[in-house]
Design a protein around this ligand. Sequence first.
Ligand code: ADP
Ligand code: TRP
Length: 345
Amino acid sequence: MHNKPVILTGLRANNDLHIGNYFGALLPLIDMAKTRSEEFEINLFVPDLHSFTTPIDHSQLYDQIMHNLRLFVAAGLPLDNPNIHIYRQSYIPAHSELTWILDCFTGFGEMSRMTQFKDKSAKLLADRVSVGLFNYPVLMAADILLYGASYVPVGDDQTQHLEFARDIATRLNNEFQEPLFVLPRSVSEQHKFFGKDQGLRIKDLVDPTKKMSKSDQSGKGIVFLGDKPNDAAKKIRSATTDSFGRIDIHKQEQAGIRNLLQILALATGRTFDEVDAEYNGHEQYGPLKAAVADAISTFLTDFQDKLASVDDAQLIAKLEADEKLMNQIANDTLYKVQKAVGLRI
Ligand code: ADP
Ligand code: TRP
């Protein structure tokens, strides 16, 4: 078992992270890991087995996983903190083994009701919807329960899966009348713990009424972490604003301007209010755009330098050490379950 209570989350291998993902998800997560690592064990893992529940290009997968891990390091994930653990799901076979056992206690009906399954399977253009997609929540429950995680920071789209992890843990604990699994905290306790709703949403540069999202096909409204700094600056300079001719987000509906102020604040490490106070009342938008373009291009140059200088040998050494430790912890839990179900004595 881990020595301290556990915070655990899976970081999906996602190729094209944009500044919304970075400032809205990745950076807060890494900050959280750093600030909580005295009191908690922090498990951050790549759910690589989950990444082909819908079809992907398998020739890219391995590189993508390593690229993502490098992104986390470039974003500030420390490799020398003994309480922050990073690992790849598929390197710990207990995830798959526990999934099978949990499968046999899971109802077909309850999986069929999972909204992510319903949404994704309805949208899938492939000629088959995989059993892996159906089974996704069970593997996710195994991810959580193997390490006795109490807190699991996830987006709203994953709360139903978290509830399922609690249900299946309770079910087995009751059925075998022993505390096989630690129950993850309820969703409302999680929200209280993580301070629900930092609510940050960077908007699309072309249509600032929508959030910046990689599902936007044209890519013109999105700044990706891998964009050339100059190209990103161009996207900022052509961002949609409005025709009021005066910056005053308190009086006017200025979604585009508000977004630019937000991006400027994030990229320069200032507060929104500081940046707002600087530009409030300006009658030209050009200087604001120039400042944001400059800040984003500096931010990207800096980030890309950090990414290029990630020490792969150090990253791999950390991964391997953590994976060894995680195998021990996960196997202990698995063994308890195997004994309970009669596979071991
Ligand atoms: P996308 O919409 O680009 O597909 P995801 O749904 O994969 O992004 O989200 C990954 C994470 O990034 C989530 O935690 C989500 O809350 C965060 N996120 C996504 N878009 C934004 C955004 N525009 N602003 C802030 N955070 C975002
Ligand atoms: N399903 C999560 C997502 O889409 C990723 C994930 C997989 C996860 N296993 C997990 C998150 C276990 C938390 C705990 O974001």
